[in-house]
Ligand binder design. Structure first.
Ligand SMILES: *Cc1c(COP(=O)(O)O)cnc(C)c1O
Length: 394
């Protein structure tokens, strides 16, 4: 079932086609069959104990009323300080940092604030599932630029990027590290994207929620740190992936004052802002996250290796996950051309749930042979999953 085959719902045209998702179907399948859910990307271990304690303490200390419209000041200061240290980009916590209800709401508010009806947004394809819905709700149009498999990683063709630009193009959305491919855009790729933004006077929106989850000695890079890009980039990130607290829904956007003011105009009327005690707790954690993020990166890299090796031994062709919680595999060695068919069979056949990557594509003629597995699960869980897959394969 694709989202488009759902029966007509009484919804406005800007939401048509977004009614039901494969995530719901696969989660239901996982629950019904008792399968291990490697579909949805949330960790099955808790964030830092000191952070969890700080949130409880913030509630006890009475931080329970509305925060300022742009978020708790200490968290804005911590976000600015952290980005200055890691990327060398400096932002005034007074007017250039906005706390949001997760990165998702920052992205939605950005489109609502910056897209006029018919404006076009460039995004690399496949992409995170909220983008197309948010752009549609804002009245914009998503122009996909394909990421194609090249060896065991994904890459784009600069000519295809250039060809996607039209006189209506206003925004370019870049997600790196990239969900669902696990790709981390290289410095050379960022330079091509930055040149394109300069040439066509585009605003860049970057989704960097996986910025700390990069492997094999890589360091994340922010497009905003490239020459001339700070003043045309809205850099979005958040706490969920960095501190394994995806249910807290605290995100942020950093950028030049005029962009932040525009996004805040939309965001204040969507959710106003995110939960005060979580923001208070995160401010302290962000000031001193080094040992936590280093350990998180190390353990996720081990989990990635465990799953990737296990999938290879089970016969799948596996693409390199350079970052994120996710890796993609080619299902054709299992005798399937269609990842949707494999994902429907996999819970019964092997007791494992994955997501067919076709649901993340916006362009015409997407590859159908890829599925996405999440590896942000305990090693005991991943070990059980790969054993079951190998048994089902053999
Ligand atoms: C998980 C994820 C998000 C969601 O972030 P929230 O802070 O939970 O809203 C956004 N973008 C990408 C690419 C993600 O993987």
């Amino acid at each position: 079932m694709t989202p488009h085959s759902a029966p007509a719902l009484p919804v406005a045209s800007r939401l048509r086609g977004f009614g039901s998702s494969i995530f719901a179907e696969m989660t239901e399948l996982a629950v019904r069959t008792g399968a291990i859910n490697l579909g949805q990307g949330f960790p099955d271990t808790d964030g830092p104990a000191a952070l969890l304690a700080a949130a409880r303490a913030a509630i006890d200390a009475g931080h329970n009323q509305y925060p300022p419209a742009n978020g708790v000041a200490e968290l804005r200061e911590a976000v600015a300080a952290d980005r200055e240290i890691r990327y060398g980009t400096s932002y005034d916590p007074g007017g250039e940092v906005l706390i949001t209800t997760g990165a998702t709401c920052a992205i939605a508010a950005a489109f609502l604030a910056l897209c006029d009806a018919g404006d076009e947004v460039i995004a690399f394809d496949p992409c995170y599932d909220s983008y197309s819905a948010s752009i549609s709700m804002a009245g914009g149009l998503l122009r996909p630029v394909p990421l194609r498999a090249e060896g065991d990683r994904f890459a784009f063709d600069p000519d295809e990027l250039a060809a996607a630009i039209t006189p209506r193009t206003r925004l370019l959305l870049l997600n790196t590290p990239h969900n669902p491919t696990g790709k981390v855009f290289t410095r050379a790729e960022l330079e091509v994207i930055a040149a394109c933004c300069h040439e066509h006077d585009l605003i860049a929106i970057t989704d960097e929620v996986h910025e700390h989850l990069v492997y094999d000695g890589r360091t994340a890079q922010s497009l905003a740190a490239l020459p001339g890009m700070r003043d045309r980039t809205l850099a979005i990130s958040g706490a969920g992936k960095t501190f394994s607290v995806t249910g807290w829904k605290v995100g942020w956007a950093c950028g030049p004052r005029r962009l932040i003011r525009a996004v805040q105009t939309a965001h204040q009327f969507l959710t106003f802002n995110s939960g005060t005690p979580f923001q208070v707790a995160l401010a302290a954690a962000l000031h001193d996250h080094g040992s936590w993020t280093t350990r998180l990166r190390q353990s996720l890299q081990e989990q990635r290796d465990l799953l990737a090796d296990g999938l290879r031994r089970a016969g799948f062709a596996v693409y390199q996950a350079e970052g994120t919680y996710f890796l993609q595999a080619d299902v054709r060695p299992w005798g399937y051309d269609d990842g949707v068919a494999l994902c429907r069979d996999l819970p019964e056949r092997a007791g494992v749930v994955a997501i067919p990557s076709v649901v993340f594509y916006q362009g015409a003629d997407p590859p159908r042979n890829l599925v996405r597995f999440a590896f942000c699960k305990r090693t005991t869980v991943l070990t059980r999953a790969v054993r079951a897959l190998q048994a089902a394969a053999g």
